[in-house]
Design a protein around this ligand. Sequence first.
Ligand code: NAD
Length: 326
Amino acid sequence: MSDAALVILTEDDCRALVGRADAFRAVEDVFAAMSRGDAYNFPVIREAIGHADALYGFKSGFDRAGMALGVKSGGYWPGNMAKGLTNHQSTVFLFDPDTGRLQALVGGNHLTALRTAAASAVSIAHLARKDAKVLGMVGAGHQAQFQLRAAVEQRAFEKVVAWNYHPDMLPKLGEVAAELGLPFEAVDRETLGAQADVIITIASANSALMMKDWVKPGVHLACMGTDTKGKQEVDPALLAAATVFTDEVAQSVTIGEAQHAVAAGLIAESAITPIGDVITGEHKGRTSEDEITLFDGTGVGLQDLAIAKAALRLAEEAGKGTRVTL
Ligand code: NAD
């Protein structure tokens, strides 16, 4: 490949090239790099553009360890579904950290789902009890099936229990569980809390869906849906009862699940631990079988850059993608 080539990876290229194990490794590595101070996110921009009801923005950063520099640009176009398109749209631009040259344009839609599922999977790998058997899913939309597939690779789960605000969406998630060879049961939220050893919340909600008194001692929660001010998935008292981890503390307290517990004075920002500290061994993670652990996965730009960089590496190894000379 010529030094001046720009690599273009379409959504189909990304689907063919990047697997869950690649996503897991990329996300785990970049969380560790953030913990060591080798990678940092730049301030996020997100604006209503006053056209097509769209929210548009960009997330960017630099990972010195993975040599990933770039930006994910895109947002949410609510009218897209009617046009046969995904409402969330994004593209990642990677730049050569040594020269600033544009290296790659990478379709970001599939990779966003993979990297989001990888984040909760990393949290399960590092924080859930080793003997976790029942996985509880709160949410059954587009992301939920990616979350389910990644989660079941982390523990020997024997059953999936699920609840969704729109019950008609649950059978599709049930099909994924069946494909994975796991019994699947649609349950109410109290039953989900009473049974689940690991709970993933991945909904679009503005009030608590899971209450503190419903969950078991020793449960691990990965709260993945709250990525904007005002959104919420769990009872703030649950964060007060848990040891709270996150991808990035600054996002956790402003746009993540912890925004509510911090605003209510139930937990201090200083009590929230970046999960990278657990990956590097700086923090010991879970310390007892009865401890409740909670991962507030807000979604950082560095995850997008890390997985796009992995896609670029895999494309170069396989000789895939389109090369354009600049
Ligand atoms: P989707 O539109 O496909 O599904 C939405 C889900 O939310 C469905 O399960 C739906 O039934 C549920 N829902 C809708 N209204 C609700 C309400 N009032 N109360 C409770 N549940 C409700 O969306 P998706 O692509 O699956 O994304 C799910 C969530 O994850 C969204 O909130 C999205 O913003 C978020 N997300 C987070 C990250 C991250 O990195 N943390 C990344 C991508 C998406």
